[in-house]
Design a protein around this ligand. Structure first.
Ligand SMILES: [Fe+2]
Length: 232
């Protein structure tokens, strides 16, 4: 299976935020990424979150998300979008996917020998999900570990895990889930997980621990050509 992956586009009308995020350029970069994924004949495109960024008005946020949706609709590839903390700040989950398109909700995919497993770590450590206007980039947690264990038990062959925030222990703790060690233990126990793909830590990073590869992709808003094709 050939995957096209990008993350942290942070698309908005602002030219630059945090000195290094070129938000308004990201719509063109998303188009460029999709042209490349299409040329490369990707089966499935995955956005690892923070697709958009906040605006001064919610109407503008809706307009921006519709612009992204128009780009997606030009391509005949399966697309899954994992929400990031910035997406969750601007939109509740239901509204996000009703504007972007419900077919882009990330749903676990099980094939004969490979599975894609999606984790939504947009939860506070209380276990509550982020809400519009209420998210925190350092307060991230995945409360459904039993459910994750059960999903991994269904996998035949190799599993690949996707989330916005970070469980790679080599990355700074403020980017990681509170229970990153617990999640890694569940993945390791299954003996099926080959790789974990993450965003959120804009510099990107690669590591390997106990047989699992952790790839954190660099942020599209800070870099040119930050889109990647990977064969699994
Ligand atoms: Fe993020």
């Amino acid at each position: 299976m050939r995957l096209g992956i990008f993350t942290d586009s942070h698309y908005s009308s602002k030219d630059v935020t945090c000195n290094v995020r070129y938000n308004s350029r990201s719509l063109c970069k998303i188009k460029e990424a999709f042209e490349y994924f299409s040329e490369q004949k990707c089966d499935h495109v995955i956005c690892l979150g923070d697709l958009i960024d906040k605006e001064d008005s919610h109407e503008k946020e809706i307009e921006n998300l519709k612009s992204v949706s128009r780009v997606f609709s030009e391509y005949d590839m399966r697309i899954s979008v994992v929400m990031g903390n910035h997406d969750a700040f601007a939109f509740d989950v239901d509204e996000f996917f009703s504007v972007l398109g419900e077919k882009y909700i990330p749903v676990d995919l099980f094939t004969e020998n490979t599975a894609l497993i999606f984790i939504d770590a947009c939860h506070f450590k209380t276990g509550e999900h982020y809400k519009r206007g209420d998210s925190d980039w350092t307060d991230t947690y995945y409360p459904h570990t039993d459910d994750l264990r059960a999903r991994l038990a269904r996998v035949q062959g190799d599993a690949y895990v996707f989330l916005h925030q970070v469980i790679d222990p080599e990355i700074r703790a403020d980017h990681r889930l509170y229970n990153d060690a617990e999640i890694r233990a569940v993945l390791e126990e299954s003996k099926k997980v080959r790789a974990v793909f993450e965003g959120h830590y804009h510099e990107g990073h690669d590591s390997r621990l106990n047989g699992i590869r952790y790839t954190t992709f660099p942020a599209m808003c800070e870099k040119d050509d930050a889109y990647y094709v990977t064969e699994i």
